[in-house]
Design a protein around this ligand. Structure first.
Ligand code: UDP
Ligand code: MG
Length: 308
């Protein structure tokens, strides 16, 4: 019999915690495993922690970690993975968008020894706004083009991993964590189960389009240096164009020596254009420097207030 750890990040989820526990317990009863839960309260402002504590009193296999403030889902995932002791570890959202019904199948697939992880990817996004789906499709297209790390479109964080793979994930102590990239970067064999999108049972998501956009940009910076190359290319192209312009001006002067200087308006436009390009490139570099700054400060990824 294997030990299974269930790691669940929770942020303002007082309604969904009991529903999640009930649904998951129902599935676990039919599985040949000894399960432990690690519910990570990511600085919730509602009664999430109280709800979790109730479960802890009812079942000592329900453990919890409570952060001193909201550190974000990625930090909660890291803390949960670190605390988990199982042979297999599964990551789940608490809003039942990751259906517990998949657990037995994931477990069976891992047991065959053919895979190191079994993940889930949703093949549609019903219930989500068209605009959001469009943006996320574009994100997967762009990042897979410019990053060597493959990011599987629609893959959720819902995945069951072997101890060996989790140890590999934990060995990456980066401050800015993009799990979708990290899980792929560490390698190992992953099998993806496909399913149709499920909407959350209660509560509401706190991912606005703006937040998702920022998350996408930071994911790109975490797993690709293509934006830096882009600024080099813009520089090379504007250098070539300026040489061509120079040749044009000299040749014109030789052919028609009497031609006077004209076109200061176009000159101003060109100066503004070059200035803009320089600021853009500086911004791209600044973005990466900022990430280096955050990493070298070596701040902890999360701070625990309570753990049991
Ligand atoms: N979550 C978290 N910290 C945060 C935001 C979210 O731990 O700052 C948790 C949340 O409680 C849930 C999971 O991450 O279990 C996914 O969040 P959500 O359902 O809001 O995102 P979506 O499913 O829309 O991607
Ligand atoms: Mg959700």
């Amino acid at each position: 019999m294997k030990n299974l750890s269930i790691v669940v990040p929770c942020f303002n989820e007082q309604e969904t915690v009991p529903l999640f526990y009930a649904a998951t317990q129902k599935v676990l009863q039919k599985m040949p495993v000894k399960a432990e839960y690690w519910l990570v309260d990511d600085g919730s402002k509602d009664n999430t922690l109280q709800e979790i504590k109730k479960l802890h009193q009812e079942n000592p296999a329900v453990h919890y970690i409570s952060f001193s403030r909201n550190f974000g889902k990625e930090s909660a995932i890291y803390a949960g993975l670190k605390a988990a002791t199982g042979d297999y570890i599964v990551l789940m959202d608490v809003d039942l968008q990751d259906p517990p019904e998949f657990l037995p199948k994931m477990y069976r697939l891992l047991q065959t020894g053919k895979y190191d992880a079994v993940g889930c990817r949703r093949v549609d996004r019903t219930g989500e706004s068209k605009f959001k789906s469009f943006l996320s499709d574009q994100f997967y297209k762009v990042i897979n083009k410019i990053s060597k790390t493959e990011i599987v479109p629609g893959a959720r964080d819902y995945r069951m991993m072997t101890r060996q793979m989790v140890n590999a994930v934990l060995s990456m102590p980066e401050y800015s964590r993009f799990s979708k990239g990290i899980f792929s970067w560490v390698g190992f064999k992953t099998k993806y189960l496909e399913y149709h999108n499920v909407e959350r049972v209660a509560g509401k998501t706190d991912w606005t389009t703006k937040k998702l956009f920022k998350y996408a940009l930071s994911g790109i910076a975490d797993f690709s240096q293509a934006p830096l190359d882009l600024s080099v290319w813009i520089g090379i192209i504007s250098f070539i164009l300026s040489i061509a312009g120079l040749i044009f001006v000299i040749v014109r002067k030789i052919i028609t020596p009497s031609s006077s200087i004209f076109g200061w308006a176009s000159l101003v436009s060109i100066i503004l254009l070059i200035g803009g390009i320089q600021l853009l490139c500086l911004g791209i570099i600044g973005h990466y420097v900022g990430r280096i700054y955050l990493q070298v400060k070596n701040r902890p990824i999360y701070i625990v207030k309570e753990k049991k």
